[in-house]
Design a protein around this ligand. Sequence first.
Ligand code: UDP
Length: 339
Amino acid sequence: MRVLVSGGAGFVGSHTVVQLVAEGHHVLVVDSFVNAKPSVVARIEALTGQPLDVRAFDLTDRDRTERLFAEESIDAVIHFAGFKAVGESVERPVDYYENNLGTTLSLLRAMEKHGVTTLVFSSSATVYGADAPVPMREELPTSATNPYGWTKVMQEQIFRDAAVADPALRIALLRYFNPVGAHPSGTMGEDPAGIPNNLMPFIAQVAVGRREKLGIFGGDYPTVDGTGVRDYIHVEDLAAGHIAALHRLTQADEPISVWNLGTGQGTSVLQLLRAFERACGRELPYEILPRRAGDIAESYADPTRANAELGWRATRTIDDMCVDTWRWQSQNPHGYPDA
Ligand code: UDP
């Protein structure tokens, strides 16, 4: 298949691209490089052993997107592109709505015009909102607690409405839990700009000496040890989930399929920190801080539907996630090179 991968230079996108190429698909990456460094492309090419077709532009540009679909024959789209920082979305809501909804609308228009019906969407467990019972199942109602989360809820709704109007569409809404880990080669991983918002990259930067200590947001949650519990999933398992979804869509009877991509296992902040200490071989300093606004105590998936319908399962352990993250971070203390 010729697969257009939006945001293919990002964390989950880059790992998925490597797996798609390994499976023999022809990949066309579109990325604005606003939140990804161009040097990731050479890393992808080194792993696949072949040149990667990359177009650097912003998919909110409808004319440019339309031209791409006119010039290339595209069989399917995997749509990763989007802004994803919760705190930043509160500061810059209009940017988040404009970018995240704009890319999706522009892709859907071009797909409609050029008869492309298959799309895999990078959604998030954030659409389960603040009060969802765990383990989280796909049937739960959706809501959000911040503009980033609302863009995911709204994009899911846009896809649902588009599918009512055009029942030929085959769209997968993949609700990711907490993607972490890195490519086992140590050459690709997560490379957030500035101070990491997410736990795993923060721990990795403490381990490599870029940050003094981890601040743990809340030690009094009703959880195993008082710290927040999440369902961390290795990016390699997550990437494989996209390919399984792409295959499944070719035989799907319904226009919209919703699948949780998680392990089904909850891990606390302290448990993740301890696993990382085992991986890097030393103790890591931390302090307990007040809770972070908008955080929930526990989030983990019920992955039964994805396991059954996709024939897919997350297999990497928390220790695998920490070992691979540490290999990436220790080999690339400052992330991808600038040039
Ligand atoms: N967390 C933390 N310190 C940090 C970043 C995150 O204690 O510097 C906690 C956070 O409160 C949550 C868990 O780690 O319980 C995962 O947070 P992350 O932002 O990675 O994911 P999300 O909250 O979106 O699930």
